[in-house]
Design a protein around this ligand. Structure first.
Ligand SMILES: Cc1cc2nc3c(=O)[nH]c(=O)nc-3n(C[C@H](O)[C@H](O)[C@H](O)COP(=O)(O)O)c2cc1C
Length: 152
C-alpha cells in the first residue's frame, strides 16, 4: 500500500529532486518590478515573492532573495513601479529575469515599451494591463530562527 504522506525537517533537507517550497505556496502573482539606480539606469525584474499587504493605503511588497539590484535601487531612490505580468508577456518577463551587464536596458532587451509615469520617475511596462507607481515605505531585513539576518 502506498503512503502519499511526506514530511521533512527543513534542517535535514527535503530529500526530493526539487525543493517543493515554491510550488506548494502557489499560484503566486508576479511582481514585475521596475526601478532606477541612483545613476539613473533603469532596471526591470520579476519577483514571485510578491503580494498585496494593505488596501488603505494600498501597500504591496516583494522579497529579494539576497540584496539584488531592485532592492538597492529602491533603497537609494525610494521609488519603483509594479506591472502585472500576464501570459502574453511571460516570455518578455523571463528575459528580464536574467542578469545583465551595466548599461543594458532591460526594456530594450525584452522589446518592451516603457510607459511614462505620473508620480515617480521610474517607467512601467506599457503593455501590461495594470501598473502601480510606488513609493518606498520600508525595507525589512529577514532573519533566520536565531534572529540572525539572512545572507545578503
Ligand atoms: C518568475 C520568476 C520569479 C522570480 N521571483 C523572485 C523572487 O521572488 N525573489 C528573488 O529574489 N528573485 C526572483 N527571481 C529571480 C530574479 O528575477 C533575478 O534574480 C533578477 O536577475 C533580479 O534582478 P535585479 O538584480 O535587477 O533585481 C524570479 C525569477 C523569475 C523568472
Amino acid at each position: 500500500m502506498s503512503n502519499s504522506f511526506y514530511s521533512y525537517k527543513v534542517s535535514n533537507g527535503h530529500g526530493l529532486p526539487h525543493d517543493p517550497f515554491k510550488s506548494i505556496i502557489a499560484p503566486r502573482p508576479i511582481g514585475w518590478i521596475s526601478s532606477k539606480s541612483a545613476a539613473g539606469e533603469v532596471n526591470l525584474a520579476p519577483y514571485s515573492f510578491f503580494n498585496a499587504f494593505n488596501n488603505a493605503p494600498p501597500i504591496i511588497g516583494f522579497s529579494s532573495v539576497g540584496y539584488k539590484d531592485s532592492v538597492k535601487n529602491i533603497e537609494s531612490t525610494g521609488e519603483f513601479c509594479w506591472s502585472m505580468a500576464t501570459q502574453p508577456l511571460a516570455e518578455a518577463m523571463n528575459i528580464t529575469s536574467k542578469p545583465v551587464d551595466s548599461g543594458v536596458n532591460e526594456y530594450e532587451l525584452a522589446k518592451l515599451e516603457a510607459g511614462s509615469p505620473d508620480e515617480v520617475s521610474v517607467p512601467f511596462v506599457a503593455a501590461s494591463p495594470v501598473s502601480m507607481e510606488c513609493k518606498l515605505t520600508q525595507i525589512v531585513q529577514l532573519n533566520n530562527v536565531s534572529k540572525e539576518p539572512l545572507d545578503t
